[in-house]
Design a binder for this molecule. Structure first.
Ligand SMILES: Cc1cc2nc3c(=O)[nH]c(=O)nc-3n(C[C@H](O)[C@H](O)[C@H](O)COP(=O)(O)OP(=O)(O)OC[C@H]3O[C@@H](n4cnc5c(N)ncnc54)[C@H](O)[C@@H]3O)c2cc1C
Ligand code: FES
Length: 338
C-alpha cells in the first residue's frame, strides 16, 4: 500500500491506491489548507519532496493555478486534484493553514432558475442549515454528481447576506463543462450538496474608502453581492462599477444596475462591450482597462479601494493599469475564476 508522508507535521500514513490525496491529507491532519478542492484557488499548493512522478503530468488547470501563484509544477502540486498512486513525501504547504473549522456541508433546495441570456443563468437556493451565514463576496463549492470521481466546482454568491438562508449564483455554461452545465440543469425543487461559504475575496466593511468594482462576465456575481450589501446597509461610500462583456447578446443585469443607480446617488456604473453590433449598442466599446485608463485618476489613489473579478488576463491587465495609476497594491482585491 502506498505511504504518504507529510514531513512538516512528521506524520506518515498508508493509503489505498486511487484514494483522493486531500482525504489522506485531512485524515493525517497534515496542515494543508483546502478551499475550492477543485484546483482553482491554489490554497492547497504544497511542495513535493519525493514521488512527484506518482502525480502524473500536471493538467492545464493545475499548471494555470500554480503559475498564477508563482509556483513551479516541478516542485509544487495541488493535492486536491491528485489521487494516491505511489509513495509521496510532501514538504511545506505554500500557504499557512487558516484557523477555524473544516468547511460545513449543506443541503440546499433550488427555489428558482432564471436564464439571464443565452449562456448565463441565475439559480436561487434555500439552505436547510438554520445557522447558514456568509460574507459578501464569498463562494460555495458545489458537489457535482454523476461522475466516477468526486467533482467539485466553486460558484460565487451573488446575493447579500441579509437574504437569510438563501443564496443565488450566476453561472455561465461552459461548452463541455461538467460543473456549469450541472448547475444549468437544476430546476425548482431539486436538491444540491454544497460546501462553504469559502473565500477571502470579501468586502472590507470597516474601510471608509470609495469603491471601484470591476467585473467581466459572471465575475459580476460576487461584485453584485457586495454592491447589494453596501446599498442594503445604506453605506455612504461612493461606489463605481465597470462591467465588461463581449457582445450585446451577452448583456445581463442591465436593468438591475440602471434601477440601482436611479435609487442610490452614491452608485454609478458603466457597461462596456468589446465586440458589440453597432446597430444595437450605443454605449462604450472596448475593455474595462480602457475605462480604468480614462476614468481612474492619480487623485483616486489615496481614497479608493478596488475589487476585481473575472478571468485571470483581465485581472492581470487591470491590476497593472491600477498600479500605474498609483492605487496601492494593498487596496486591490481580486478573485479569478479561470
Ligand atoms: C472562487 C471561484 C468562484 C467562481 N465563481 C463562478 C461564478 O460565480 N460563475 C461562474 O460562471 N463561474 C465561476 N467560477 C468558475 C467555475 O468554478 C468553473 O471553473 C466553471 O464553471 C467551469 O467549470 P466546468 O466544470 O463547467 O468546466 P470544466 O469541466 O472544468 O472544463 C470544461 C472545459 O472548459 C474549459 N473551461 C473551464 N472553465 C472555463 C471558463 N470559465 N471559460 C472558458 N473555458 C473554461 C476547460 O479548460 C475545459 O476545456 C468560479 C471559480 C472560482 C475559482
Ligand atoms: S483547494 Fe486545491 S486548489 Fe483550491
Amino acid at each position: 500500500m502506498p505511504r504518504i508522508t507529510f514531513s512538516t507535521v512528521e506524520r506518515s500514513i498508508e493509503a489505498d491506491e486511487g484514494t483522493w490525496m486531500y482525504e489522506v491529507a485531512q485524515e493525517a491532519k497534515a496542515g494543508i489548507p483546502f478551499a475550492c478542492k477543485a484546483g482553482a484557488c491554489g490554497a492547497c499548493a504544497t511542495q513535493v519532496l519525493e514521488g512527484v512522478e506518482h502525480f502524473g503530468e500536471a493538467g492545464a488547470r493545475e499548471v494555470r493555478t500554480l503559475t498564477a501563484h508563482k509556483l513551479d509544477p516541478a516542485t509544487h502540486r495541488l493535492p486536491c486534484l491528485a489521487e494516491v498512486h505511489g509513495d509521496v513525501v510532501f514538504g511545506r504547504p505554500a500557504k499557512a493553514p487558516e484557523k477555524g473549522a473544516a468547511l460545513q456541508i449543506h443541503e440546499a433546495v433550488v427555489e428558482s432558475y432564471r436564464p439571464l441570456n443565452l449562456t448565463v443563468a441565475e439559480v436561487r437556493f434555500f439552505v436547510e442549515t438554520a445557522s447558514f451565514a456568509f460574507k459578501p463576496g464569498q463562494y460555495m463549492i458545489f458537489h457535482v454528481p454523476g461522475s466516477e470521481k468526486p467533482l467539485r466546482r466553486s460558484y460565487s454568491i451573488s446575493t447579500p447576506p441579509s437574504d437569510k438562508r438563501h443564496f443565488e449564483v450566476c453561472v455561465r455554461s461552459v461548452a463541455g463543462g461538467l460543473g456549469s452545465n450541472y448547475v444549468h440543469r437544476l430546476r425548482p425543487g431539486m436538491k444540491v450538496k454544497v460546501e462553504g461559504p469559502v473565500g477571502e475575496f470579501i468586502l472590507r466593511e470597516k474601510s471608509q474608502k470609495n469603491i471601484l468594482m470591476i467585473a467581466t462576465g459572471t465575475g459580476i456575481a460576487p461584485i453584485k453581492g457586495m454592491l447589494l450589501h453596501l446599498l442594503d446597509t445604506h453605506s455612504k461610500r461612493k461606489i463605481r462599477l465597470f462591467f465588461g462583456l463581449r457582445h450585446d447578446s451577452d448583456l445581463f443585469y442591465t436593468d438591475l444596475f440602471r434601477g440601482l443607480a436611479a435609487h442610490y446617488p452614491e452608485f454609478r456604473h458603466q457597461i462596456i462591450l468589446s465586440s458589440p453590433d453597432p446597430a444595437h449598442w450605443a454605449g462604450p466599446r472596448g475593455h474595462v482597462t480602457d475605462l480604468i485608463e480614462q476614468q481612474v485618476s492619480p487623485a483616486d489613489a489615496a481614497t479608493t479601494e478596488v475589487y476585481l473579478c473575472g478571468g485571470i488576463s483581465m485581472i492581470e491587465s487591470s491590476k497593472e493599469c491600477l498600479l500605474r495609476k498609483g492605487i496601492p497594491q494593498d487596496s486591490i482585491f481580486h478573485e479569478n475564476f479561470y
